[in-house]
Structures are given as C-alpha cells and as structure tokens.
Design a protein around this ligand. Structure first.
Ligand SMILES: Nc1ncnc2c1ncn2[C@@H]1O[C@H](COP(=O)(O)OP(=O)(O)OP(=O)(O)O)[C@@H](O)[C@H]1O
Ligand SMILES: [Mg+2]
Length: 281
C-alpha cells in the first residue's frame, strides 16, 4: 500500500493501530486517546502512542503531566512509549511532508514491539493525519452531539433530516479503505463515538441519534455508546490521570459515582472496539 509505514518484523506480531481522528477541533480526540492508552495498559498491553498534533501537542502534554505527577507523588504509573512529531522549520511544503513522513515511519519502527499504537491527530486536515488514517486498523471519531459536528461526516438536509452526501472526511476514509483492500488488508474498522452527551433527554439528542443510525448505514461506520459530559474528564488533565487510574480516586474513599459511570463508558468503548475479552499477546 502506498501509505504503509508499519514495519513487518518476521516472527513478531505488528502492533494494532488505533487512530483517533476528526477534522473538527475540540471533539474529544486527545481525551479519548489518553483514556484508551491507560485502559489498554491496565489490561496488561504494551502501549505506544504518537501525537500528530504538531501545534498543540495535547496528548504529549497529558503524558508529560502524568510523568511529572508520578514523580512528585512518588507513585508508579504505567506509561506508554510516546513519540511526538513536532514541527520543523521546513521551507517548503514538500520538505515538510517528507520530513513528517520519515518521522512517522521512524515512530512506527520505535514502537514495533508494542501491542497497540494509539495515534492522536489534530482537528484539521493535515498530510500527517492522512498518513495516519491510511495506517489505521481501527479509526475512532469522537463527535460532539450537534449538527455542526455531524456535518463533518455528511451533508444533511436540515428540513427533512436526511443524509444528502458524504463529507470530504468520509470520502477520505473510503479512499483509504480502497487502498487497503487493493493492498490485501481488511478495511478500517470505523467507529464513531458521540461525546459530551448531556443527561437530559431532548429533541435534539433524539434527532441526532436517528441521524447517526442513518449515517452509520450509509457511510459505513459503527456507533459506540459514547461518553457523557463529565467534569471529571476535564479535571484530570493537569495530573495526567484518567478516570481509570486508581490514583484519581480519593484515598480511603469509595469511588465517586461520576468515576464509576465514566469508567463504564470507557469499558463500553473498549467493548465496541472488541478488546475487552482479549488477553495480552
Ligand atoms: N466527555 C467530556 N466531558 C467533559 N469535558 C470533555 C469531555 N471530552 C472532552 N472534554 C473537554 O473538552 C475539551 C476538548 O477536548 P480534547 O482536547 O480531548 O479535544 P480534541 O478533539 O483533542 O481537540 P483538538 O481538536 O483541539 O485537538 C477539553 O477541555 C476536554 O477536557
Ligand atoms: Mg487534541
């Protein structure tokens, strides 16, 4: 395949690559990526992570915060093997792309001994993000629960609440799938996850649920149950913790109901990906 950057090592299973992607900003990609990383480490897997957000580097900062918190508090926290592809001072678009491609290839090589590689992408259409999408086994797309976010998947007839045409992002995923199939690989398992769901039943929420069912069939993705709007998902960033970390609980206290619900949501995401009952290889 044109974009394949994952090294094949004889006698060694290649890592399973999960890309968290959406060309719209602020939908929960970095938060989801970090929770997936910690969830899979808790299952005993060896994790690699790649941050392709050259500008913000949120996942990298999340992981740096985790390292700093572990050191400051004297606790042992599992860490992924992490790579951040940063901006260089390239003069031309071509040299930036060539450098980015070489760095991503190198990152995959460095992480070849991992069971999973989780890739966080920026909320915009970049060359590196495309490359990552081409190399994904599973693609997770978090969406905020709004028509603005749904527009990222398809053009919708707002009067009739019907799907009109796929979006450029959906077409990009399809094109990647065509390349994968030509290369003898299975198509990417595309999972769309609603994020920041409110707990109040509303007409808007029901309409979006209906549209998602239509879109899933038309565009070809699976729908994960999603994550609720929870303060806890925002609070833990500074310590580099997730709702899955025991260190995020108050010592000697039973887990808070919001933690329990948030953990159940992450478990449901893992189950949708098909990972709950697998053991480390
Ligand atoms: N389920 C949630 N409940 C509450 N806050 C959330 C939830 N998911 C994400 N957030 C918050 O929303 C903001 C955006 O999340 P995040 O940085 O993960 O999005 P992103 O898609 O990676 O953004 P970008 O496109 O800028 O990289 C952050 O402040 C994060 O803490
Ligand atoms: Mg991000």
């Amino acid at each position: 395949m044109d974009g394949s950057l994952i090294p094949e090592t004889p006698g060694q299973a290649r890592p399973y690559v999960i890309v968290v992607g959406n060309e719209k900003g602020g939908t929960g990609k970095s938060t989801t990526a970090m929770h997936l990383i910690v969830a899979l480490m808790r299952l005993g897997y060896k994790l690699g992570s790649i941050d392709l957000d050259e500008r913000q580097g949120t996942l990298t900062r999340y992981i740096d915060n985790r390292r700093a918190y572990a050191q400051a508090s004297g606790q042992t926290l599992a860490m992924p093997k992490h790579r951040h592809i940063e901006r260089g001072g390239d003069k031309t678009k071509t040299s930036a792309e060539e450098r980015g491609r070489a760095k991503l290839r190198q990152a995959f090589q460095d992480l070849a001994d991992c069971n999973f590689v989780i890739i966080d992408t920026p909320g915009s259409d970049t060359y590196l993000s495309h490359l990552a999408h081409q190399n994904a086994d599973t693609l997770i797309t978090p969406l905020n629960d709004s028509f603005v976010d749904i527009d990222m998947l398809a053009r919708i007839d707002r009067e009739r609440r019907e799907v009109q045409a796929p979006s450029p992002y959906s077409k990009m995923v399809w094109e990647n799938n065509n390349r994968r199939v030509v290369a003898g690989l299975p198509p990417v398992d595309w999972i769309v996850m609603r994020n920041r769901l409110t707990h109040i039943e509303s007409r808007n929420k029901r309409e979006i649920a209906g549209l998602m069912t239509q879109l899933a069939q038309r565009i070809g993705f699976r729908v994960a149950p999603g994550l609720g709007e929870r303060v806890i998902f925002r609070e833990l960033f500074l310590k580099g913790l997730t709702v899955l970390d025991d260190a995020a609980q108050d010592p000697g206290q039973p887990p808070k109901p919001s933690h329990i619900s948030a953990r159940a949501e992450i478990d449901a995401l893992l189950e949708t990906i098909g990972l709950v009952h697998t053991a480390p290889v």
